[in-house]
Write a protein of this length. Structure first.
Length: 446
């Protein structure tokens, strides 16, 4: 069981930020994007998170934050995973908390069954076949209040409703839909958020130090510093598809990945596009220093059972030595890991593709490379959809050693959509999907 607040401990161990160059060489040898170096990859161990009442977990961190958890158990910690410096220990992060969708009069409403839920950074240990929570850090505002997972702005985000979609909830300018996590050498953390989209710097104890958002966002009322330091073109992010992946390069720079193509010039263009963006951010300069165009493979290549291009997403990016990254392309059922190099010649920051009046937009180009866009070259490392035992909706990836990866899935707190998500007493009808850490051994010599 999760320990009470008195038992929580804060570990401030500095982490290695890069992968060995030997691994980079292994990855580069993985072949082209059309190859399928997955036949010998295999699952070598799986550990599962036990059942922890969400109310008990949250109230141990911030007493009184959750009045009724509706029978929901702790989950959703699979939004990312980052090595914690000890064998089988990792930092993970929850997303905005339990949420779903229910149709009312033919229109979908976004539900938040536990509106007081406070996103948290959670330290776990994969002990045998069990995932144990050994520490948790609540995210708080400058004055120590909870940072909820509720949407920020009425003009921009979905309206929040109670668990049954009958009663509207208030927006919260402090709200964060946290995803990627890395830990800096000074013990602080960097997170990414889907609402802004934003990059969030928090202290070792979880206090938000700064939230970096796109220029022109106009977020007011937050109880922490909000800095408009990201390109304005990001204002066109697709709803609930802002920043999802975050990596820390060996020199300390951060790379954020947009989960999906921008809705530029409109939602239809974004849904049909296979081109999304990565951004490089310097914590020292507190500024974006580069931007890259990333091209998804066709959706039926990533997931042979899917024909909807809008289901393509980036959920995780992992530093792989130097300026190399592993990038996870996925749907909810399949995922492939690609290796890219962030070359200076691929930088598109400040060019025409950051101007939202450019027509056609980057997202509308059928073949960006043929139009002179320096799209990142990539190589397939492993097709996880072809590895038996890998669960769906993998959102976090970490390096264990030179040929082993740890994967974590997002179980959505056991939530499903629709009116059947809760019983007549308002208790969750759990999906049965569990949070797992899955270890995958890559083929030798790849």
């Amino acid at each position: 069981m999760f320990p009470h607040a008195a038992g929580l401990r804060r570990v401030r161990r500095s982490l290695a930020t890069g992968w060995p160059l030997a691994l980079a060489a292994v990855l580069v040898a993985a072949g082209t994007a059309t190859a399928a170096p997955s036949g010998d990859a295999r699952v070598i161990r799986t550990a599962t998170l036990g059942e922890i009442p969400l109310g008990a977990f949250s109230n141990a961190l911030l007493p009184g934050s959750v009045a009724d958890d509706h029978g929901i158990k702790l989950g959703g910690i699979g939004s990312d995973i980052y090595p914690a410096g000890r064998k089988d220990e990792y930092w993970t992060v929850t997303d905005r908390g339990p949420n779903g969708q229910i149709k009312v009069d033919g229109k979908k409403r976004r539900t938040f069954p536990v509106p007081g839920f406070d996103p948290a950074i959670v330290r776990i240990r994969a002990a045998g076949d069990t995932v144990k929570v050994i520490d948790a850090i609540p995210l708080t505002t400058s004055s120590g209040k909870a940072v909820t997972g509720l949407p920020d702005q009425k003009s921009r985000d979905e309206a929040p409703y109670t668990y049954d979609a009958r009663t509207a909830l208030s927006y919260d300018p402090n709200g964060l839909d946290t995803e990627g996590v890395v830990r800096a050498g000074d013990g602080s953390f960097w997170l990414v958020d889907e609402y802004g989209p934003s990059l969030v710097h928090v202290s070792a104890r979880g206090r938000v130090l700064a939230r970096y958002v796109p220029e022109g966002l106009g977020l007011t009322g937050a109880d922490y510093p909000v800095v408009e330091a990201l390109p304005a073109v990001l204002l066109h992010r697709k709803t609930n598809r802002g920043f999802e992946g975050l990596a820390q390069l060996p020199g300390g720079d951060l790379v954020m990945a947009l989960q999906s193509p921008l809705s530029l010039p409109d939602a239809d263009a974004g849904d049909a596009s296979r081109t999304t963006r990565l951004l490089r951010f310097s914590p020292r300069a507190k500024a974006v220093t580069a931007e890259y165009a990333y091209r998804f493979d066709p959706v039926d290549v990533v997931d042979p059972g899917e024909d909807d291009t809008s289901e393509l997403k980036i959920s995780s990016v992992v530093a792989a030595g130097g300026d190399r990254l592993l990038v996870e392309e996925r749907t909810d059922k399949a995922a492939r890991l690609q290796l890219v190099s962030l070359r200076r010649t691929s930088d598109i920051l400040g060019g025409p593709w950051d101007d939202d009046t450019t027509a056609p937009s980057l997202e509308q180009l059928d073949d960006p490379a043929a139009q002179g866009v320096p799209v990142l070259a990539k190589r397939l490392v492993v097709d996880l959809g072809k590895v038996a035992g890998v669960p769906g909706k993998i959102e976090g990836i970490a390096r264990v050693d030179h040929d082993t990866l740890a994967l974590v899935n997002d179980n959505d707190f056991g939530m499903t959509d629709g009116t059947g998500a809760f019983d007549a007493q308002g208790r969750l009808v759990d999906s049965g999907i569990r949070t797992t850490v899955t270890y995958v051994r890559l083929p030798e010599g790849r």
